[in-house]
Design a protein around this ligand. Structure first.
Ligand code: G6P
Length: 613
């Protein structure tokens, strides 16, 4: 988490850095800060709160300078306040640093620095790093790039950093390990940022900084990269595919609503070139190139966090049904630490929207070290997880900015279903006829989502009824159990209402005690799947006067008569129902949060890219 941005060139840095921070604010919004070099002055401004608070706080300040660094924080070490906000300065106030990541050995280093006479004003690990750089620089009489290199050799942990030095307005030193860092290469100017979104409007040429690499961005000079072990690297310039309009709200009040409404398009993008409509055939290059690995896999382990983990569960249902390969779905944070048994003929699928989630990245590295083949399903092109896998498939939904994931989820599910169908077809565990039928249906999903989105106003209206609720229960069976989990997570994330997702039949083993006329229960009850069983579960809720909101297939009568509210979705194949059923749940959470006055795109305490454990 945390976002960093930097600029060196011929333009005023302040507006570029502020706009960059606003683009990166999804990564954390506990505090914001900026450091600018102008002549021989180093001006540092920082404040608790959002970038908008920073803008207010510098209204009468000197913000001149063509070089600067800036930061938006998701607090780890030390509460969110002005002192703990970045940038942090060294004791002499000659160096300023911004940092995304965690310095794990900061306590030991801090003690050593205290013994050398350094004092600290913040509780952060980052202040330790900048003091260390200064200490090393002075002790060894070296320049800034060398001091950063020597200091980083003592660091245990993760970082993307940018450092500037008073009196040296021609140079920024940046480095990364574990946390993402992209350099934008313009004409006589450089940009740096945690992702490409602050860079895109200035240049499409970028360099993704590699693990343990240090970059020197110097006015009038070529980009210089070397590793912290002192190996020189040639910068590899890549062309960005992102467009500026993808980063704007396009008339929607929130990014989340925009992203929910984008799903017909984003799912078409995910399928483009992968589903041949004339032949109803699927082709995934990440599969074709490594077909044997999939066909010979004795077991598939899916590792992910949050919403991506829910997508993984749906993947499990589909892969086991169509490809008949046993699947385990693991929380990356548990998997990486519990000494899992990983065999060489296991295939690991890592799912991550950001491609930067620290636990998922570590899970990938662990599985790789034990010889498993890793397939990545990521959204952010060039991200760390994407680069650490053996093969993969991008979801191609464009930047997802709302902190609560929506369009990334449906695309992850789509990719997993395409993969399951493909393995099943190639292994011969899925009948050709069924394969063709499902592929044909999959291609119709974007249009069916458009139909569901037409009910937005109706959902907005009845959402008002539920803002009183303290708790919600979400129920689903089979493929829709993960959808119930995802619906509950969406509500929790953005409306702060406690919500629990359950397999519908499990309700009677405890949670049924919670049902009363106060308790809204959302039931996913499509005609495909265990319809009659779900109807029985609804009866059980009805008998206890729970308030029922049902997601039903168009034309349904039985569940409609039992429910207080219904939302209809078009008929489809059972394995594809999640792609439709999740849409009304996204809208329900969104509208409840809006009526409650919550900050939908930047919910409290959350961040979109979780680069800490
Ligand atoms: C955070 C986000 C979630 C996301 C999860 C995993 O918690 O707020 O929306 O599902 O991280 O992120 P990833 O980028 O790995 O999919």
């Amino acid at each position: 988490m945390c976002g960093i941005v930097g600029y060196i060139g011929y333009r005023e840095a302040y507006p570029i850095l502020i706009k960059g921070l606003q683009r990166l604010e999804y990564r954390g919004y506990d505090s914001a800060g900026i450091a600018l070099l102008n002549d021989n002055k180093l001006n540092v401004y920082k404040t608790r709160g959002k970038v908008s608070d920073l803008i207010h706080s510098v209204e009468d300040k000197d913000i001149i300078g063509t070089i600067g660094i800036a930061h938006t924080r998701w607090a780890t070490h030390g509460e969110p306040n002005n002192v703990n906000a970045h940038p942090h300065c060294s004791q002499s106030e000659e160096l300023a640093i911004v940092h995304n990541g965690i310095i794990e050995n900061y306590a030991v280093l801090k003690q050593g620095l205290i013994e050398h006479g350094y004092t600290f004003s913040s509780e952060t690990d980052t202040e330790v790093l900048v003091q260390l750089i200064e200490y090393v620089k002075r002790k060894n009489h070296v320049d800034l790039p060398t001091a950063v290199q020597l200091a980083l050799n003592q660091i245990v942990g993760a970082y993307a950093i940018a450092v500037i030095e008073k009196g040296h307005p021609d140079i920024i030193v940046a480095a990364r390990k574990g946390s993402p860092l992209v350099i934008g290469v313009g004409d006589n100017e450089y940009f740096l940022a945690s992702d490409a979104t602050p860079i895109i409007e200035f240049t499409h040429k970028v360099v993704y900084v590699g693990e343990e690499e240090i970059v020197v961005l110097q006015r009038g000079n070529e980009l210089k990269i070397k590793t912290i072990g002192n190996v020189e690297k040639t910068p590899e310039i890549k062309e960005l595919e992102m467009t500026l309009s993808q980063l704007e709200k396009g008339g929607y009040p929130h990014f989340m609503l925009k992203e929910i409404f984008e799903q017909p398009q984003t799912l078409s993008d995910s399928m483009r070139g992968r589903i041949n409509l004339e032949e109803n055939n699927i082709s995934l290059s990440g599969f074709i190139d490594h077909k044997d690995k999939f066909l010979n896999a004795k077991r598939i382990i899916i590792t992910a966090c949050g919403t991506s983990w829910h997508a993984g569960l749906i993947g499990m249902y589909a892969i086991e049904e169509f490809a008949r390969i046993p699947v385990e779905v693991e929380y990356s944070s548990e998997f990486r630490y519990r000494k899992p048994v990983i065999n060489k003929d296991d295939l690991v699928i890592a799912i991550s929207q950001s491609g930067e989630t620290a636990d998922t990245l570590a899970a990938v590295q662990l599985a790789k070290s034990q010889g498993a083949f890793i397939f990545g399903i990521c959204n952010v092109v060039g991200s760390s997880i994407a680069r650490n896998t053996d093969s993969g498939c991008y979801t191609h939904v464009g930047p997802e900015i709302g902190v609560a994931s929506t369009k990334a989820f449906t695309a992850q599910v789509t990719v997993l279903i395409m993969l399951a169908l493909l393995i099943g077809k190639e292994k011969g565990t899925l009948e050709k006829e069924q394969y063709l039928k499902i592929v044909g249906e999959l291609a119709k999903i974007p249009e069916k989502i458009s139909q569901i989105l037409k009910q937005n106003d109706v959902i907005a209206e009845f959402s008002k009824t539920f803002t009183y609720a303290q708790n919600f229960i979400y129920l689903g069976r089979g493929y829709n159990y993960p959808v119930a989990l995802e619906g509950a997570l969406k509500l929790k994330e953005i409306s702060y209402i406690h919500a629990e997702g359950l397999p519908a039949a499990e309700m009677k083993h405890g949670p049924i005690a919670l049902i009363s006329q106060e308790m809204p229960v959302v039931v996913i009850a499509p005609s495909a799947g265990k319809y009659e069983k779900v109807v029985s579960n609804i009866q059980e809720i009805k008998a206890r006067k729970g308030r029922i909101i049902s997601i039903v297939t168009e034309g349904d009568v039985i569940v409609k008569n039992l429910s207080d509210y219904i939302i209809s979705i078009p008929e489809t194949e059972e394995c594809l129902v999640p792609l439709l059923a999740v849409i009304p749940l996204q809208l329900l959470a969104y509208h409840i949060a809006v009526v409650k006055g919550c900050d939908v795109d930047q919910p409290r305490n959350l961040a979109k890219s979780v680069t800490v454990e």
